[in-house]
Design a protein around this ligand. Structure first.
Ligand SMILES: C[S@@+](CC[C@H](N)C(=O)[O-])C[C@H]1O[C@@H](n2cnc3c(N)ncnc32)[C@H](O)[C@@H]1O
Length: 383
């Protein structure tokens, strides 16, 4: 048979043309992707440097974490320095992966982003890094990474103390978190992934004992005035809660070094879920709930003035408008970044001319922007 096939090929009446069968075979191989030349690093067809780095990252990440943990336990500074260098060499690779959602990748980020390797080693806590990824505490520090790397940070209104390790994954030099509502001995924090309380397994006091450059204080920022200064102040979803924001924002300059930065993420009261209550998203809306029906679809803006003094709206939300908070910031700082983040498409789908007309009837100065922007992100420098 083999000979016959061979003969057929050599005795073809048109040797320059492929037989029909050969053409079909070739087509099938092409469709299956089998005609591609094998990629070879030596011919230049192989993976580029970025892909090679990603392959090295994926293949060696777990081993490097093990090596680092063994080196830290043994006090082997040389080995720790070698692994740190490998991590630093992967800073570019880290930019291409979602390390803020992955505990192991975040461990590499912890060393890759550190300005001082010894500080990184001293504050390395693998369990807390894994929990930071699991509870979604790494997203915010990653977002502001380039402004906080190598800096001393004061996190005003830090919540329950779970942000410290996450800030170290973005390379801070030190982290001070303050909040008058932070119980120093409770292990419960907010799991930001599911928006519910969860057991972190460590209290703020345990975290401070484990990480020397994390300080967690149950106090108001006013108590730090005149005591200490920082390179950066961060406020994540805090500015909308501060009564006296008009005086507070300018006073924060006194807590910053020259050229210090203030970074805030401000949740806008006038957007669909600016009331901070349920429903947070349209899919949570329970039409049978009278409380929800009262505030849903921007109605919270209209009912707010009728709420009693001790209602959440009056106690916890300062109801400042976007333009005003921007103006106060501008008057006191040089704004480097001002980004306005629109609400989700599901939320905006509920916005229409009737709603705008109703809201403008209530307050003619309200604009579609006031109602559609979910949050403002600001980075500003002391003037
Ligand atoms: C919505 S929480 C945000 C918590 C945290 N930043 C987060 O994003 O998960 C606002 C926090 O600001 C805190 N806060 C209010 N007034 C404060 C003040 N004067 N000094 C420090 N924190 C304050 C509150 O106790 C509250 O925990």
């Amino acid at each position: 048979m083999a000979n016959a096939a061979q003969n057929n090929r050599t005795t073809s009446p048109n040797p320059g043309r492929k037989s029909l069968l050969a053409r079909i075979r070739s087509r099938v191989r092409r469709l299956l992707g089998k005609n591609k030349k094998p990629r070879s690093p030596t011919t230049g067809n192989g993976p580029g440097p970025g892909e090679r780095a990603r392959m090295d990252f994926r293949a060696n990440m777990a081993r490097m974490i093990e090596n680092m943990e063994r080196a830290i336990a043994a006090g082997d500074e040389q080995e720790a320095a070698r692994v740190s260098e490998w991590c630093r060499n992967h800073r570019k690779t880290l930019k291409t992966v979602k390390w803020h959602l992955d505990g192991d990748q975040a461990k590499i980020a912890h060393f890759a982003n550190a300005k001082d390797e010894r500080v990184a080693r001293a504050n390395y806590h693998p369990y807390l890094i894994e929990k930071s990824a699991e509870f979604n505490y790494l997203t915010w520090p990653r977002h502001i990474g380039k402004y906080i790397r190598g800096r001393s940070v004061l996190d005003i209104g830090c919540g329950f103390g779970a942000f410290g390790t996450a800030f170290f994954a973005s390379g801070v030099a030190s982290y001070t978190g303050i909040d008058p509502q932070m119980p120093l001995d409770s292990t419960f924090v907010k799991n930001k992934r599911i928006r519910a309380k969860a057991d972190l397994g460590m209290s703020p006091r345990d975290i401070m004992a484990a990480c020397p450059d994390i300080r967690l204080m149950n106090c108001r920022f006013e108590e730090l005035q005149g005591v200490e200064r920082f390179d950066v102040i961060t406020l994540h979803n805090v500015t909308e809660h501060l009564h006296g924001i008009r005086e507070i924002l300018p006073s924060l300059k006194n807590l910053l070094h020259d050229e210090g930065l203030i970074i805030f993420h401000h949740h806008n009261f006038y957007c669909w879920n600016g009331h901070h209550l349920r429903p947070n998203q349209p899919q949570q809306y329970d039409e049978k709930s009278p409380e929800q029906a009262r505030i849903v679809d921007w109605n919270h803006i209209i009912v707010a003035p009728d709420m009693p003094e001790d209602h959440y709206f009056n106690q916890n939300l300062n109801q400042i408008r976007l333009d005003e908070i921007k103006q106060i910031t501008e008057d006191n700082f040089d704004i480097l970044v001002w980004d306005e983040v629109p609400s989700t498409p599901a939320t905006l789908a509920r916005f229409n001319d009737d709603i705008l007309a109703k809201l403008q009837d209530f307050d003619p100065t309200l604009t579609p922007r006031d109602l559609r922007i979910n949050a403002a992100f600001c980075v500003a420098r002391v003037k």
